[in-house]
Each structure stands twice: as structure tokens, then as C-alpha cells.
Ligand binder design. Sequence first.
Ligand code: FAD
Length: 279
Amino acid sequence: MLPPIARRFVAGESSDAALDHARELNGRDVSVILNLLGEHYDEPDPAEEDAATYRHLVDEIAEADLDACISIKPSQLGLDLGADAFRTLVTDVTEHAADRDVFVWIDMEDYTTTDVTLDVFTDLAREHDGGVGVCVQANLKRTRDDVERLADVPGKVRFVKGAYDEPASVAYTDKGRVNEAYRDLLEYAFAEYDGGIAIGSHDPEMIDLAKELHDEHGTDFEVQMLMGVREDAQYDLAAEGYEVWQYAPYGGKWLSYFWRRVRERKENLFFALRAVLGR
Ligand code: FAD
């Protein structure tokens, strides 16, 4: 059972719990991106099982008419088994979701996976005329070129700073330089994209910049934040009329995800404890 301390960051262990969470958030005008926790499978069976779970989840989202979508990790859907295995499984999930009008996000993992992830995304997005989105990471030096190439591709792009420790040969390692790259990417995207921009950040400075760029260019955008992080800001932005999506992970493999949130920011443990103690 999911212990109370992890409940701040994880929507539950079952898809029923995840759907209940989505229903509750929808009641507060926040849409939900559901991610079944799992990654780096080196056998076909767990990758195929997670693909089947996502197909079932998509059915449930559509049946319940929720403002919800899914986000998959490439190595969860077979990338460690090879590019073909990943392409087959993600195509299967995306076609199933497209038939039910449910959006599919593809998370971005470390820099060795960027080419294949963007190739598969581009093909799927063209085939389904949108309906799918991909994440790009500002810490990678290549991302400005990628973002320019993606301008002609339908679908959405989630802009994040980057969660992986990458080598200095391919990535900016200084936080200030990553922030500068992030600002530069947003300035380009709001000027050149037709819409479909997702701000995957909790950073108030970047969210303010997105608002300013929206006012300047009129380009649509949405804000995406993680479950358990700046939730008051999520509700406030939604109340101001901005489109807000909360990324909510769920599933049995919650432990490593929970510790990642705590390692990233020690205060998260304090917040989680406070939630358990009810004050
Ligand atoms: P930071 O640069 O970490 O912090 C900037 C400021 O934001 C802080 O000074 C503070 O004011 C505020 N802030 C940040 N965290 C907190 C907190 N816990 N509590 C209160 N205030 C806080 N990375 C990937 O590599 N691939 C992905 O596919 C991916 N998908 C993501 C999807 C979503 C929806 C989100 C939100 C992030 C995703 N990430 C992904 C992670 C991302 O790359 C960053 O590692 C992570 O979001 C931290 O960067 P930040 O921009 O939120 O803020």
C-alpha cells in the first residue's frame, strides 16, 4: 500500500486511484497527465505489460470523459530493447489513444535517446496530425536546433530544463546557463510556433516570461507541473484562466520516484511529513 508520506507526489498504486485523482483535479480546473511509473526494461514482457496498461488507462479516461492524458517514457515502452521495439509499442499506444481522442506525451530521457525519441515523435505527430507531444531539455546544447526543426511538426512540445546528469560535452552544467538557454528557447517558440507550447517548470520566473511572451505574440501555451510541487500555484494559475496540467505518476514502482523528489529538494521530505502530520 502507498504510505501516506508518498501520497503527496504519487496518485496511488492503481489506475482507479489515478483516475480518482484526475477527477478531483478536474473539479479544480486542472487537467492531468497520468504516468504509469516504470522505466529501463531489458525484457519485452514488462514493456508490453505497461503498453497494455496504458491502452486500458486510455479507455478509462475516454469512458469517464476526464480532462486527462498520458505520458510515457521511451525506456518503459521498449527503448532499451532497441529502437524498433520502442517504435512498435509507442505506435500501438498512440493509435489506440488517437482513436479515443486521448493525448499522448513522450517524456525525454538521457541524451543518448534524443535522436530516436524525436524521430519517432515526428513520424507519429505527422501521422496523427498532432495528438502527441514530446519533451525537450534546455540543458542540452543541441536543443535549440531541435526546437527549430520541430516548428514545422504538428503536436505539442514540452519545454523543461532537463533532469539528467549529462556530460559537459553535450550539456550546459551551470544552472544559470541552463536558465539562459530555457529563456532563449521560449522566446524562439513563442515567436515561431503556432501554439502547442507546454512550460514544464515550477520556476515562477519562467512562467512569468511565458505569460509576457503570450501577451506579445498571442501564442497559446499551457503550464505543466508535478503533483506535490507548488500545487497552490497550479490552482492559482488555473483560477486566473491559464491552462494547467498536473503530471501525476502512479503505480507500484513509486519508491524510487518518491526518493528522487526528496533528493532533488530536501524540503520535499518536510512537506510530505507535514502532509502526513496534517498541519
Ligand atoms: P528549478 O530550476 O529546479 O527551480 C527554479 C525555481 O522553481 C526555484 O527557485 C523555485 O522557485 C521553484 N521550484 C522548483 N522546485 C520547487 C519545489 N519543489 N517547491 C517549490 N518551488 C520549487 N525532465 C526531463 O529530463 N525529461 C522529462 O520528460 C521531464 N518531464 C517533466 C514534466 C513536467 C510536467 C515537469 C514539471 C518537469 C519535467 N522534467 C523532465 C523535469 C525538469 O527537467 C526539471 O528537472 C524540473 O522540473 C526542475 O526544474 P524547474 O524548472 O521546475 O525548477
